[in-house]
Design a protein around this ligand. Sequence first.
Ligand code: OSB
Ligand code: MG
Length: 371
Amino acid sequence: MKIAQVTLRHMKMDLLYPFTTSFGTEYDRDFILVEAKSEDGLTGWAESVAMPTPYYNEETVKTNWHILEDFLLPLLLNKDFNHPDELTENLFSHIRSNYMAKACLEMAAWDLYAKQQNAPLARLLGGTKDKIDVGVSIGIKDSIDETLEVIEKRRSEGYKRFKLKIKPGWDVELIDKVRKVFPDIPLMADANSAYTLADIELLAALDDYNLMMIEQPLAHNDIIDHADLQARLKTPVCLDESIHSLEDARKALKLESCKIINIKVGRVGGLTQAKRIHDFCLERNVPLWCGGMLESGIGRAHNIALTTLPGFRLPGDTAGSSLYFAEDIIHPEVTVADGMITVPTSPGIGYEADLEKIAKYTLFSKTYRKC
Ligand code: OSB
Ligand code: MG
């Protein structure tokens, strides 16, 4: 197959509620949307999870646009390929890092490929579930009482796992109070790299609260100190920021730096690499779950498809559209019932891109063809 034309759109969608982590507060989802067209007129969609600021990782909307425009699109446009695996494993393989930039183009190619095959993306990836379990990620709030109210609300909506963002000063007391009110909910914490090994006793105090895991407590690029920490903790460590590839996952598991991995398609450079990590972890019985980056419905749809693979044993951060946006840019929107999403069965990502809504949230767009 060939991709004849790609349109990049710089999008901005207000979030219904600000989302605060240890690295900052997001008020909107500001991102690149990718529309890839084949010669036969089919369209594949994806989005980059890079944010405008380099606080979660080093990539940004602008660095992604640069890498896409100057390197990835010239490599891809009009190039003949048989399968989307060839993009990151061959065509893009000499380009270092820039995982989120590669991933968004690769994911659009996967959607297009699935539409050409007239098959759901989930099935082509090797998915086996027709429903997926969903958890929710709850940002840092102004008070513990406010956090308790949000948990109660999400619990009444059926969400199956509650992830609380933590940072120094918003950690043990928060978890202690939440556990007193909710002794039995599946609960975990995500630090987004806010601690160091100097905090090991504080992190060990969290062992008393029966957390499912603690996500990325230490540096974004570390797998060495996390091994020391995991040796000291009963609570499983889950890595997010530190894992960009199958190689990273292999090394982290070899060092026993974590017991669980959060896969984000963007962070690992695309669906092919996500599949490789999945297969490796499934064989070794390492639990996985699919992370989120406050995606619009387009990125969320890809996450849902990936989560149908059997190794995604824990609920992911793929909450319903209505927790993020007043309206989504796909039809239908992603809905959660009894803490589950029913996986769509139509070809590709299985949700229709809503061109009118997309136009409404587009700041700038540019179309690329081979000249
Ligand atoms: O660390 O998982 C994270 C959002 C932005 C950046 C990093 C993270 C998150 C989330 C939100 O936790 C997950 C979601 O609801 O999409
Ligand atoms: Mg995280």
